[in-house]
Design a protein around this ligand. Sequence first.
Ligand SMILES: [Zn+2]
Length: 349
Amino acid sequence: MKLTETHHPAWRLLPELRELLFLARRAQGLARVETLARLECDGHHFPLLAFRFGPSDPTAPVLALFGGVHGLERIGTRVVTSYLQTVLSLARWDRSTQRLLEETRLLVVPLVNPVGMYWQRRSNGNFVDIMRNAPVEAEGVAGWQIFGGHRLSPRLPWYRGQEGAPLETETQAVCDLVRREVFPAKVALSIDVHSGYGKVDRLWFPYAKTKTPFASVPQAMALKHLLDKAYGNHIYRVEPQCREYLAHGDLWDYLYDDYRQRQPQGDYIPFTLEMGSWLWVKKNWRQLFSLPGIFNPRLPHRERRILRRHTPLLDLLLRAVQSPEPWTQLNHAKRQRLLRHGHDLWYGG
Ligand SMILES: [Zn+2]
């Protein structure tokens, strides 16, 4: 189906979606654009769009980018869309980008939860938090810690959905895409862009469900070293999410474990970029009085700065799937060294 404005009247409602439909037209001949799901709300249809670059072979190395899982965090969608724009532009004329995309795949899903963004809320149309919706039970989340996910009421944020209910459409769409496009690959990375927690930009990896180290500590540490060496002044705090808080239903914990089951020899690390929005609030405290203001920069120059800020990271991850040897081909001694370093730095020795 051709993606035109007349097919998607929702384009009028969301500038982010309007931009994506515009880019879908620009992508012809460069990327395949797919509608993963059609979400209905308020008499409008919102498409959940995915852009796929590179070879169609699902075993080719892949980087997957996600944004807009939480409808309030518009800046996440904008960061991913801005990178999509860059790749679309470079793929037209830049030989090194063209060569990279001959052997490496790039998946881009900038707006996972368009209905949440339309309503300006964290959850989806059914008041379910997509990042608490996967069938994963965390260890040691106290009852009062509702931010870790709960089944008390859809009126409260961080609602997981009813016990035993099918996954939400958006959650299922992401799982289906990742299983189809990421699981067959022996080398894969993904990054899901969020905002709102803390003062620094955090680059999280699993687990969110437990403080027990995940199986890819050596690979995560090797990637951290690549980032530290290539961009010595980078701004990221690389750590497992459980260092900050534990949560039920984390989608990336769920998909990471599932990948490990199906592809035990493969390497896949799902990262989450949690942009620390408290700094933007500190610089402009009036933002505190509006909910979107807590999660997004309000001033245009500040937003532009954030859109520029993460390009080197996304570039590095794309290169890391194209040239994976330094973080995937680890001999025994090196693996042990990285493991020890990871345990010391992230898990208290
Ligand atoms: Zn979020």
